[in-house]
Design a protein around this ligand. Sequence first.
Ligand code: SAH
Length: 226
Amino acid sequence: MTAALPAFQEKRDRMVIDQLLDRGISDPAVLRAMAAVPRHLFVPSKERSHAYEDRPLSIGFDQTISQPYIVALMCEALKIAPGMKVLEVGTGSGYQAAILDRLGVRVFSIERIPALAEGARDRLKRLKTASVRIREGDGAAGWPEEAPFDRIVVAAAAKRRPALLWKQLADGGRMVLPVAVERSGAPENPAVPAAQNLMLIERQGKEEKSWELCKCLFVPLVTADD
Ligand code: SAH
């Protein structure tokens, strides 16, 4: 284990240079967090040697840990500052929660699959990320007892923006989320994944500003809200 550590650090440093810096991620705190969090401990052992590759990986239950670039892009777009309160929908492996913890925020993360929530809890405890709280349930309903949140990050693609999350976003707050692109005309071909946009939304009172960050491909948000 100890002998393998420098190799993983080297892969992580490479990942930061080739996948993040070279593609324009420039927030020093985000780059530091991505260089520090041991991503290989968030994937199943058979995927460990692939942990620093430029793609999402399977974490079981038909779910994935997001591609490193997408995690960094979401964190950078949110403009996170230490001390903020952040809601994450879709804990998955707990990797993005660990990155957020490194950015010095309080993380409230919701996962609908109990076994994933349990695994993430164990991992984050071992890594001493004390600021992350995880609960099981439908994240589209948010975490009303802890609202408002300064930032909200959604790691699964909704058909439309969940209304309850908007209500729990603080004034001046920012949210990133993948949203499925409406397809008109052509019949659905299940072999072709539906296109999604990664959206950044900023709340100014009752007004919103929104930007499309890039095209993306997340697992679906499974919610009673549909
Ligand atoms: N942030 C994660 C990525 C997880 S993938 C990571 O770093 O590993 C998206 C996760 O969202 C999956 O684990 C999936 O089970 C979960 N999910 C899907 N719909 C959900 C919902 N309505 N509420 C909470 N979690 C949901």
